[in-house]
Design a protein around this ligand. Sequence first.
Ligand SMILES: [Zn+2]
Length: 192
Amino acid sequence: MPAPVDRGAPVCELQRRLAAAGFDPGPADGVYGPRTRRAIMQLQQTCRLAADGIAGTNTLKALALLLPHRPEPGRRLSPHFKEEEFACRCCGMVRVNSYLVEKLEQLRARLGGRPVTITSGYRCPAHNQAVGGARLSQHLLGNAADIIIRDIPPGKVAAAAGEFGFPGVGQYSGFTHVDVRPGNPARWSGAV
Ligand SMILES: [Zn+2]
């Protein structure tokens, strides 16, 4: 296993990447100090990894997925979900929280293993605005997916997602919104 990043140029790069993903490691000074450590712990909490403040392999992988990037065609994030399924419908870029993928995989299994279609995953700011998304939508962060599960009505999917501990669940007539937002859980139903 490669050694965790701890000092110098790799730390500058890590700090820049943390900032680009929305965390605050302070200035990119190459010093793995308390602020950088705290930013790493916030990232780990966001992705529900053990919050040890160490930039190990899994943490760096999770960070790479959370940064806006172009998906690798065909790349699987889990047995049933490909990176490209989470991509923005307008620009093709993607951000995805690895914990969202893990939860979706578990929900899929729980609901009998039927295929899960993601109708909206990551939304870039322009696309989010175009579809009338909330200003601080979890879709902007790669924390959310709107899903349809074959043969299961959205109400049932929403109920299962709620029971199953998705922090955010929105029930709509044609799909279900699920997300892994940090902080307080949210439940709502909408019209669309
Ligand atoms: Zn876009």
